[in-house]
Ligand binder design. Structure first.
Ligand code: HEC
Ligand code: HEC
Ligand code: HEC
Ligand code: HEC
Length: 230
């Protein structure tokens, strides 16, 4: 038996819909559509993609799911100019990019001029770092500033594949901050020439075989008479 009863009842409906569709297509204005090529395709160039959607302000970092607990060794006591507010509380922030004089004369050799001091340092609360979204970050958690642009490295560091763990081999992990190893103002690790092998003391000879029998390590073990070993 070919075609059930319900199928047969559907057929006229489908035919009607197809006819309607064709009629609508014929009515639609075809003027602004490019001509169909011989292969039956319209050129893609005639349909440029629309503008990129605005991503909006960056979202704050909330950590990785399933990441192990990490505590970071403090940095603040290692800083020679801290607290910054000792001087900056008496100075208005100057956002102009410029070559600084004392006490911060060094050039910023990071990011090839694509950003400046106030991308990482909070302009108003000078004792703190800042994220690009304007959130305050302690000098002890510089990793949260670095991780905005070095996400892969930051994830590796969080899970223990980059950087150094310094104590607590079980349970909570205690690790060095990015700034323990990288100068944030000039962070690249320069390649170093490999060292030569350690020198060997001259005149060392193999130990002479004195044919001595080794006593058993444990008194209850029998000694092999041939080799002297247990
Ligand atoms: C001994 C005083 C002193 C201390 C301490 C100090 N600064 Fe400054 N800082 C200055 C002076 C002076 C300038 C302006 C230099 C210039 O214009 O050439 C400056 C400029 C800056 C600027 C450039 C932007 C601006 O507002 O002028 C930044 C960023 C900055 N300091 C960050 C810091 C941070 C971060 C600390 C703490 C870790 C710190 N400073 C500690 C004196 C100080
Ligand atoms: C990429 C982010 C970043 C940028 C850009 C940046 N800093 Fe820093 N800066 C840091 C971090 C992180 C520290 C903390 C360093 C540490 O723990 O040793 C720091 C430390 C400092 C200190 C304290 C150093 C000390 O030993 O006392 C000063 C002063 C300072 N920055 C000034 C500046 C100035 C001026 C600029 C612009 C010319 C600048 N920073 C640009 C991230 C940045
Ligand atoms: C605003 C974005 C931004 C922030 C924040 C930032 N970096 Fe960078 N960093 C860059 C860019 C851009 C470069 C240059 C990369 C390049 O040219 O390939 C760079 C280069 C580096 C390099 C050298 C990489 C190489 O292959 O030579 C290191 C290391 C580094 N950053 C570490 C840090 C550390 C540590 C921090 C936090 C204190 C930090 N960065 C914060 C953008 C950033
Ligand atoms: C224990 C020291 C140490 C710590 C902590 C550390 N790094 Fe590194 N990092 C290095 C060394 C060493 C290299 C160079 C590796 C190489 O050349 O293969 C490096 C390389 C890099 C590079 C260059 C690209 C790459 O992966 O080779 C970036 C970017 C970087 N680190 C960012 C960071 C950030 C961000 C943090 C903190 C979240 C961090 N590092 C913490 C020692 C460290």
């Amino acid at each position: 038996m070919r075609g059930s009863q319900s199928e047969r009842r559907l057929l006229p409906a489908i035919a009607l819909a197809a006819g309607l569709g064709a009629a609508l297509l014929a009515l639609a204005p075809a003027a602004d559509l490019p001509p169909i090529s011989e292969e039956g395709h319209r050129s893609l160039r005639e349909h440029p993609p629309g503008p990129e959607p605005d991503p909006g302000p960056p979202a704050g970092f909330t950590g990785y799911p399933d990441a192990p607990q990490v505590s970071v060794v403090s940095r603040r006591e290692a800083l020679s100019h801290y607290p910054c507010a000792d001087c900056h509380a008496h100075m208005p922030a100057n956002p102009e990019r410029r070559k600084l004089s004392a006490p911060h004369p060094g050039l910023l050799d990071h990011g090839e001029g694509r950003f400046w001091c106030l991308e990482c340092h909070d302009a108003d609360r000078r004792n703190e770092l800042a994220t690009l979204a304007g959130d305050t970050v302690s000098f002890d958690r510089a990793d949260q500033v670095c991780g905005q642009c070095h996400g892969d490295t930051h994830r590796d560091w969080t899970f223990g594949a980059h950087g150094k763990r310094v104590e607590k081999w079980q349970g909570e992990r205690r690790v060095y901050s990015c700034a323990h190893c990288h100068n944030p103002h000039d962070p690249a690790v320069r390649p170093r020439a490999p060292e030569g092998p350690p020198g060997i003391r001259a005149g060392l000879e193999p130990m002479p075989d004195k044919g001595r029998k080794h006593p058993p390590v444990y008194p209850w073990q029998p000694v092999d008479e041939e080799s002297g070993h247990e």
